[in-house]
Design a protein around this ligand. Structure first.
Ligand code: ADP
Ligand code: MG
Ligand code: MG
Length: 919
């Protein structure tokens, strides 16, 4: 495993190195901007202190220390220990307590915090500093032995789990501490942790310590300093634990960033019924509505709220429970939103009525919420339209286009009593799939092509791979801020959380539902609605989303479509901002209509070969290929001509004057013929020719490497009559449409050109046929002849090619294959490890343009092309045209347009706007 490298941009200073930044308690060194150095948590704790919010004092050990730690065989930089001691003394002074003091002990939490939030990936240790002596101080001081031993028991457990590694690798194994805790509750005849008294908790502390001795053969460290350094080491160590690595890979977080460590004075939510802890969002993270949204638990500490062990209360209930703390929290909500100008996610604790802030960060949200919040904040004059565009990730638009359950179908399901439970609507959308009860099964079944719904009592970080593979996630416990809800929102997954009616039995791989008799077994179908929280047995058909119904189907009145309204507003701002035009890759009139509905401004790639697979066309196409002579081939092509012409006409009519780029035949001919004997006999019979001839032809067309074989313009050069027919179909269609008064401007595109002479040969044919058709029909129309740039030689000689070509369109699929020397179809085995394990490429180069390689060739082609022909039209039609990062590169290269699949057109429009903003 690669070690994090020293950061090039910010070299670690040699002398007077500063490793620690204080916050709270009268001195704050950091600020929100210093996320790279302090991690998100540390930077925002500092920022909240600066805003005068009640933050318990503490300090942040910077990410530089993490870098140093891994660069130097897991050791700390010089000076760190002294700086930690000094920072501790500051906290001690601010609070009038001492670390390890038996009378008034200072207790701290040790918290990880990377630059990007990694929810739950690294574990926090609370109540550090407790031992058999200091716990007595806590008892005396608080007059609350139960509280003191509850804190102690939690600490020993967390320390044992996290630092000493007793926590089981998977959630299905039991945590030995939890087993002991359950056992204690059983013998005491209670059900809740809060019902255990001081004596029982004291016993647990001893039992926990014994467990540690037994399992690890070490004594629990009583020395607070040893505890502290153990915890710090564990946080840095956790940066490289498998869960953290998986999370980073899934989210594209570089290993080099490292984590910071925050050490912070404890405040206690478990001091009794006037104490508590909670999490909140300044707006609803699922719908984006402008209302305070959160959950809390009284007499609880730390993770209790999100852990799902007790179901929390909604934040509004805090108003009754503790009106002054609630009022202060509402004020802080406003302060934070005004300061950060965004929806924030906060953690707080109330200790004996006093409110403390423990964390804030920009809140994760669904795509719906992202758009609503962005649009609302513009209307509230909190942000401008530019900022609104920055706030919505282009890929999030996918969620708005995703299907939902058909209302009639869900009604029917309810009537059939298949609507069996309801949980929290944690991740909008509709999902149907087979039930699996753990992450590995989810991944295995999904890999086998099955849609799956991952059903868990609650999720935890080790489930991430399974959550990613699943269509939807369903949990029995936990609230809107639970791990499942948080991660689902981030991944854009359908999620129903906290569905308490579910009784899940992992061992039997089945679940029951309260008040129902059915048993749902692994592999059974269920359906979940993340917009309403409903859970159904069996499959439920889905229906297109609001946006699709308004735009594509026109079956919904835009006035009755609030989500569409928000979408339309955002896209309006995007269109105003962007310079790049957006076209679609489409080769059927209905696809073109969809594309236009989504805002396509033209067709960037019409693959004519796709048409040959349409009804009635494959026969004549095969005849063309099997023709023994040119004369025979012309006869076959004559049958294809009217069919192709009709296709083009349909497209031109739908596109109504928008540019349409049509590519001449590209794939190797053998793709049109069957490769098995039965299929070949069938073709022979249909065409009335001997089977032998078909077989021989297929054999003669066999190639060792078809990708580099007889395809692209090579076909049209050796068989000019094919290009001739295609050009004729295009131009006759243009003439027909033009005659009906519809504007049309076809762009004929020659594929796989590497040498200008190839283009000359093909362009001559196209231009000759255009002149013929104009002469024959008496209709004049404008057209262009251009080429794809998709082999390196084409890019390198673009100046020569541009003498003939009136436009270039980058075929980045082939250009990537030929530049990298990697066949996309054979890359599966090594390209995934190349990206994820060896980090050779940052991203899959077939998804995001490899800028240093392929991008460099594109730049050369643009420069050379425009040197010859300054007004040269430039575009891209590879899959990359719908990838936001690649769109940004296209903007930088000065292309005129990007072209992508119809459903990605909105994504490309937004990406183009964001690219213009960034430039
Ligand atoms: P995560 O990154 O998983 O959110 P945190 O470091 O935020 O982990 O801590 C986990 C829990 O412990 C949170 O609920 C947090 O509010 C709580 N917590 C952390 N530090 C303190 C502290 N000093 N006093 C009280 N609670 C704390
Ligand atoms: Mg937290
Ligand atoms: Mg190609």
């Amino acid at each position: 495993m690669a070690r994090p490298q020293a950061k090039a941009a910010r070299p670690v200073p040699r002398r007077a190195a500063r490793w620690i930044y204080a916050f709270g308690g009268g001195r704050t060194d950091g600020r929100a901007k210093m996320k790279d150095l302090l991690g998100g948590k540390g930077a925002n704790l500092a920022e909240m202190s600066r805003l005068g919010l009640p933050v318990p004092p503490g300090f942040t050990i910077s990410t530089d220390v993490c870098t140093h730690y891994y660069a130097h065989g897991r050791s700390y930089p010089q000076g760190l220990r002294a700086q930690v001691s000094e920072a501790l003394r500051r906290i001690e002074k601010a609070l009038g307590r001492r670390f390890g003091d038996p009378a008034r002990p200072l207790l701290v939490s040790v918290r990880s915090g990377a630059r990007a939030s990694m929810p739950g990936m690294m574990d926090t240790i609370l109540n550090l500093g407790l031992n058999d002596e200091t716990v007595q101080g806590l008892v005396r001081e608080s007059g609350n032995a139960r509280f003191a031993y509850d804190s102690y028991r939690r600490f020993v457990q967390m320390y044992g789990d996290v630092v000493l590694g007793l926590k089981p690798e998977t959630k299905d194994e039991e945590d030995p501490f939890e087993v002991a805790l359950q056992e204690k509750k059983r013998t005491r005849g209670v059900t809740l942790d809060t019902e255990l008294d001081a004596q029982a908790l004291h016993e647990l502390v001893e039992e926990f310590k014994a467990l540690i001795r037994m399992r690890r053969n070490v004594a629990f460290p009583e020395d607070p300093h040893e505890q502290l350094w153990g915890a710090i080491g564990a946080v840095f160590g956790s940066w490289m634990n498998p869960r953290a690595i998986t999370y980073r890979k899934l989210n594209g977080i570089p290993e080099t960033w490292g984590t910071a460590v925050n050490v912070q004075a404890m405040v206690f939510g478990n001091m009794g019924t006037d104490s508590g802890t909670g999490v909140a969002f300044t707006r609803d993270p699922a719908s984006g509505e402008n209302r305070f949204y959160g959950e809390f638990l009284m007499n609880a500490q730390g993770e209790d709220v999100v852990a799902g062990t007790r179901t929390p209360e909604p934040i509004a209930a805090l108003e009754e429970e503790n009106p002054s703390a609630y009022a202060e929290l509402v004020k802080i909500r406003r302060t934070l939103e005004q300061h950060y100008r965004d929806m924030m996610d906060i953690e707080f604790t109330i200790q004996q009525g006093a409110l403390y802030m423990l964390q804030c960060r920009v809140g994760k949200r669904t795509a719906f919420a992202a758009i609503r919040i962005a649009v609302d904040m513009v209307r509230e004059h909190v942000i401008g339209t530019d900022e609104a565009l920055r706030r919505v990730e282009p890929d999030q638009l996918n969620q708005l286009l995703r299907p939902i359950f058909d209302l009639g179908e869900t009604k029917k399901a309810f009537a059939e009593k298949r609507g069996v439970a309801r949980g929290l609507n944690a991740g909008p959308g509709a999902a149907t799939g087979r039930v699996v009860f753990n992450a590995e099964d989810a991944m295995a079944r999904a890999a086998a092509g099955d849609p799956v719904i991952l059903v868990r009592i609650e999720t935890s970080p080790e489930d991430i791979g399974g959550m990613n593979a699943a269509q939807g996630i369903l949990t029995a416990r936990g609230g809107m801020t639970s791990h499942a809800a948080l991660v689902a929102r981030q991944m854009g997954k359908v999620c129903v959380a906290g569905c308490e009616a579910l009784m899940i039995d992992y061992r039997a791989r089945e679940m029951r539902i309260r008040d129902r008799t059915e048993v749902v077994r692994e592999g059974d179908f269920i359906s979940i609605d993340g917009t309403t929280g409903d859970v159904y047995l069996g499959q439920i058909p889905t229906t297109p989303s609001e946006v699709v119904r308004v735009l594509v189907e026109r079956s919904l009145d835009p006035g009755k479509a609030p989500v569409y309204q928000l979408y339309a507003q955002l896209m309006k701002w995007a269109d105003k901002m962007r310079r790049l035009r957006v076209r679609a890759n489409a080769d059927q009139p209905d696809q073109c209509a969809n594309a236009v509905a989504f805002g396509a401004e033209g067709v960037g790639l019409c693959r004519t070969e796709h048409m040959f697979f349409g009804e009635g066309k494959i026969g004549p196409m095969r005849e063309t290929i099997l023709a023994a002579t040119v004369a025979e081939r012309r006869v076959a092509l004559a049958k294809l001509l009217p069919l192709q012409r009709a296709d083009f006409e349909g497209i031109f009519r739908v596109m109504g004057g928008r540019p349409v780029t049509i590519r001449t035949l590209d794939p190797p001919l053998h793709e049109f013929l069957p490769h098995d004997e039965a299929g070949q006999r069938e073709v022979a019979r249909e065409l009335g020719i001997p089977y032998e001839r078909v077989r021989e032809r297929v054999e003669s067309l066999h190639e060792f490497n078809p990708m580099l074989g007889f395809r692209g313009c090579r076909l049209g050069i050796v068989h000019p009559e094919i290009t001739e027919m295609q050009a004729r179909a295009v131009f006759e269609a243009a003439a027909n449409v033009r005659r009906d008064g519809i504007a049309v401007e076809p762009e004929v595109m020659i594929p796989l050109v590497g040498h200008v002479k190839e283009l000359v040969l093909q362009a001559d044919i196209v231009r000759r046929v255009a002149a013929e058709v104009m002469h024959e029909t008496g209709v004049r129309f404008r057209y262009l002849v251009g080429t794809m740039i998709e082999v390196p030689r084409g890019a390198l000689t673009a100046d020569q090619i541009a003498r003939v070509a009136e436009f270039f369109s980058f075929g980045t699929n082939d250009l990537t294959q030929t530049t990298l020397g990697v066949s996309r179809d054979d890359a599966g085995r090594f390209l995934v490890p190349y990206v994820t394990d060896f980090e050779i490429y940052d991203r899959d180069p077939f998804q995001t343009i490899d800028e240093p390689g392929v991008g460099a060739l594109m730049r050369i082609a643009c420069e050379k092309g425009r040197a010859t022909r300054p007004k040269m039209k430039l575009g891209i039609c590879g899959e990359h045209g719908g990838d936001p990062t690649s769109v940004e590169l296209c903007h930088q290269l000065g292309l005129d347009y990007v072209s992508c699949s119809p459903f990605r057109v909105p994504i490309a429009r937004l990406a183009a706007a964001r690219a213009a903003l960034r430039a």
